[in-house]
Design a protein around this ligand. Structure first.
Ligand code: ZN
Length: 119
């Protein structure tokens, strides 16, 4: 009886793990799509900067008024950094604060430089 109970619990656990993993994969895909969107925004702003700079040149104006585009790029770049960290957490990876090595979340010490990993 106990064997079947254990087996049942084991199957249940495995199913739950699989569901959790596929949820993580879906979440990783979602965050990666958001990162791609931010990168597309950045490319659009670079293009806008070029057009504005050219228009200013044609109009004989010194100030091309690029601040808005530059701010948007800065904002998108910091959003991408946050989202990259989200992906690492979803993948169960942490970064060594000392050397930047990618480590499994369960590591207590960095395998590259030996730094203690705080959690
Ligand atoms: Zn390290």
């Amino acid at each position: 009886m106990s064997f079947f109970k254990d087996l049942g619990e084991k199957i249940n656990k495995t199913t739950k793990n699989a569901v959790a993993k596929s949820k993580d994969l879906a979440e990783i895909a979602k965050v990666n799509t958001e990162i791609a969107k931010e990168r597309a925004e950045i490319e659009m702003e670079y293009s806008r900067i070029g057009k504005n700079a050219y228009q200013a040149y044609v109009d004989g104006v010194d100030d091309a008024n690029l601040t808005e585009s530059l701010e948007k790029i800065k904002d998108s770049l910091s959003k991408i950094e946050v989202k990259k960290d989200e992906v690492l957490v979803l993948k169960g990876i942490t970064i060594c604060p000392q050397c930047g090595a990618k480590l499994d979340m369960i590591c207590s010490f960095c395998g590259v430089c030996g730094t203690k990993i705080e959690r």
